[in-house]
Design a binder for this molecule. Sequence first.
Ligand SMILES: Nc1nc2c(ncn2[C@@H]2O[C@H](COP(=O)(O)OP(=O)(O)OP(=O)(O)O)[C@@H](O)[C@H]2O)c(=O)[nH]1
Length: 536
Amino acid sequence: MVLRRPIQRASLRVRFNSTAPDNAPKASDNEIWLRKLSNNRKLAHAPEVSQKIQPASSSQDHRNRFEIISTPPDTSFIGVKAPLSEFTSLSHIQSNNQRHAQAKKFVDVRILKCRSGQGGDGAVSFFRDAGRAIGPPDGGDGGDGGSVFVQAIEGLNSLAKLKTSYIAEDGANGAAKQLDGARGKDVLISVPVGTVVKWCLNPSAVRSFIEKFKNRGTVNLRQLLEQNKVSLQCTGRFEMDQKPSFIQLFRESYEAGEGWHFKGKDEEYHLEKNWFKQLKEKVSIYDLELASSELSADKFPLLGIDLDKPSDRPICLVKGGKGGLGNMHFLTNLIRNPRFSKMGRSGLEQFFMFELKSLADIGLVGLPNAGKSTILNKISKARPKIGHWEFTTTHPSIGTFNVGAEGFGFTVADIPGIIKDASKDKGMGLEFLRHIQRSKGWTIVVSLEREDPLADLQLLISELGGMEEVARKNVLVVCNKADIEPHNPQSLDKFLDVQGFCETQNWDIIPISALKGENIDLLIEKMARCAETSAT
Ligand SMILES: Nc1nc2c(ncn2[C@@H]2O[C@H](COP(=O)(O)OP(=O)(O)OP(=O)(O)O)[C@@H](O)[C@H]2O)c(=O)[nH]1
């Protein structure tokens, strides 16, 4: 717990003259405060101020993405290793790539630098007036640095307008006449509902790490980010819980007992005086308390913050540094002329990844050209661009529509077509999968125009993460383009193959022609069912 300063001064702007109230702490107040600090010595312990992020080669087993490598009491924090891909964005790293530049038109992932303000320094000043050339110390405290907050609000639908860095203001320095410095202004980042905020690595550090591999032949970025790990220091939710829940962040501030600001006589002069050495020792307990309160504030959920509802209040990402104490706090019966004050504590600079995940009830997936956009166009108010070339859909679009008189509504997200090896970053990759991850149901579209629609379905399942992943959802398989050669027995066989497979999985299936609008009403009913309940 951080001890409060001995006296809370009533006003930020106090004129110290013969008529104005003197709110500076008295020497006796300061002595009580310093004595309390000494008594607290046993409680305070030096925090381990280090967070090493060292990519290290790992095994191929990615099932356990967060591997615990050490736990208290052996270390202060829970050591966790996780693949680099958890803490960076592949599309961000690939931003120079042409193919991905096209996909970037719709911005659904951003990496932002956030820095909180540094605390202002405490002032060294002494009261003066006509009657007294030098009076008691009256240097005010530095103001606290501003913090960076995030808030999800309705009405926004893209991350495109976010800046690349958000820097909160530093606290102002304290001044003479007991004037505290002003608090640094906070910064608020407004994002759309559906945004997930995750702590991430500095992108330039990731890029320079990747550079090292470029000389060693062809690099598959996805594999590189999967196979190399980051070591993090984490904490549990409760003291006794050793399950990692938060990443511990560290700010680089002065060490306990340091961070003095001297005026007139320098540090060397003061360090020779026993009275200063004793004071420094006591104040180092205060510094430790500040450092430990920083440690409890400087944490971020390991799995990120899911802003799936409008935020009631802004959430702090990085907290501003505490302002330093002015010299009036160091007046004691022994120290009559404290010509020193404390510096403000540092702010915190971290990177965060903002991912926009659609909240659609149903995710519409299929190979390119299967007719997803045509289906969505037919059934929803949305009018996605339709074309007969592949990758017409370059960014997710969401359609909302109502079923029946009661108007049960659901939303459908159309994502770009998935191709073979999309999970290995072919085609437009699987970056858009985030938009259907939260959907209760997946509607998988295959085209009966293709040679082997069942093989297409199986390929899609494999690219979507395998049967285990797909089985978590309500699945509806749509066999589109049933209008092409409807009387050809081969067309019917193709449909029956897919139907046979769906029956073994207990999945619903429907043949349709999106182009001709055939079976669309039944499709809507089935999709409504697909959206209604969760499979798990
Ligand atoms: N004959 C026939 N053609 C269809 C049908 N549905 C869609 N098409 C055509 O198939 C082509 C591709 O349709 P889209 O809806 O753009 O396909 P998509 O799956 O969204 O494609 P991507 O955006 O590349 O993923 C277009 O030329 C459509 O007119 C259908 O039921 N029958």
